[in-house]
Design a protein around this ligand. Sequence first.
Ligand code: NAP
Length: 498
Amino acid sequence: MSMEPGAAINRVRESGLLKTQGLIGGKWIDAYDGKTIEVQNPATGDIVTSVAYMGKKETTDAISSAYNTFNSWSKHTASERSKCLRKWYDLMISHKEELALLMTLEQGKPLKEALGEVAYGAGFIEFFAEEAKRIYGDIIPATLADRRLFVLKQPVGVVGAITPWNFPLAMITRKVGPALACGCTVVVKPSEYTPLTALAAAELSLQAGIPPGVLNVVVGNASDIGDTLLQSTKVRKITFTGSTAVGKKLLAGSANTVKRISLELGGNAPCIVFDDADLDVAVKGALAAKFRNSGQTCVCANRILVQEGIYEKFANAFAKAVQNLHVGNGLVEGIAQGPLINEAAVEKVEKFIKDATSKGANVILGGRRHSLGMTFYEPTVLGNVNDEMLVSREEVFGPVAPLLRFKTEEDAIHIANDTNAGLAAYIFTTSIPRSWRVTEALEYGLVGVNEGLISTEVAPFGGFKQSGLGREGSKYGIDEYLELKYVCLGNMKEAYTK
Ligand code: NAP
């Protein structure tokens, strides 16, 4: 079903989920100096609405609110916290259409993908509602007869969560879910491009009975908010998803107060198609891994390495499939690719394509701005790419699929690992021994074998090398928000012998 942007925004407004202020201590608050910033629909250039543009003072108050609430929230029983999270999940699902419409309006992804992100994002809240009840400690066999040794797991405290625009909901829930489950309180800073989905989700958290001050959201000046979070001794952990450059700044900035830090950073995913791949499976998988969200995901296939025996066949079939991707406003039925987030993103794509073609790559398909104008870009396939080109060295973060030819399995592994990134990798082969060999040799945190869509809340997500630190989602994700406390109970002899 297609919908006009005006009708979409009205539907969200009527549901009460169009929030334009920050959330501090359970209250919706303007920036103290009244500043606002416009949120633009990247598909039309229209202003969706304006939101509060906050800075240091509001962030300081949000931290205090989270700090003051930590004592009570962390003392709720696991079952009480679990019930609140479960209610929040239920509300997200019952408002999935409004959340998805907001996401498409401010981020541009097709409505079907936005609905998929709501299910995925809400899934983290459901999963960690369940995990809240399974944070077990340990009893350690004592080394002396009159001692008892055990390990408690306790929440780290106030968490600062900074998130990007490409997954406006899921990157927040992947952090807030485990944090709240184990008793932490949070200050979230969403991207200034996509604050509306974050604020709507926060409104639903209040409706779910999550107490005021447990979840705070500040929107505004990124470096002011980031620096305030970093400098505060009340904030015990920073969790960040975004570019590697900003992640490095946050890592350095956390040193002064020795904060815990988790980083989910950029990728440069290789997608390796071997001669023995099933062609249909490889085309379908590479298409999904490359063009989801217009190529704007950290796990998007950035380099498609194709073995020489299957190169021509794959290139033809892949280009044919890419040609069928309909580009347009994500609110229109049947659209597979929306606009890029902003003009800078399009200019980056243009720069990378110019660099590649000047060094010998050929444009098999696309390679231009789309006739729709704005930030729409034609789905593009480049042939004869080599690993010296920018498009192989860095994340293009756009709808450009570079094909690189390789000879042997060893070559493919070498090219794949020849990068500082290490987030996702994909391989397509019908050989089981090869799939194990190559998976084990790849220096990546996630590997898809004959599959291009691999993210799920039940599996650990995170990178090797400069793609990050720590893991999100799954049973491992909650460890990022827990301190281990070793307790030694001594002088037990009397009690032991009586
Ligand atoms: P970004 O520019 O690093 O921004 C991410 C967040 O950091 C935004 O909220 C941004 O605020 C904020 N920020 C920017 N400068 C800051 C500073 N000095 N101090 C504190 N916060 C600051 O990244 P992006 O362009 O939004 O996202 C794309 C990148 O994220 C890509 O590299 C992608 O690979 C990566 N990513 C990684 C994962 C993963 O799980 N590994 C998932 C998704 C995306 P404003 O937007 O308000 O400026």
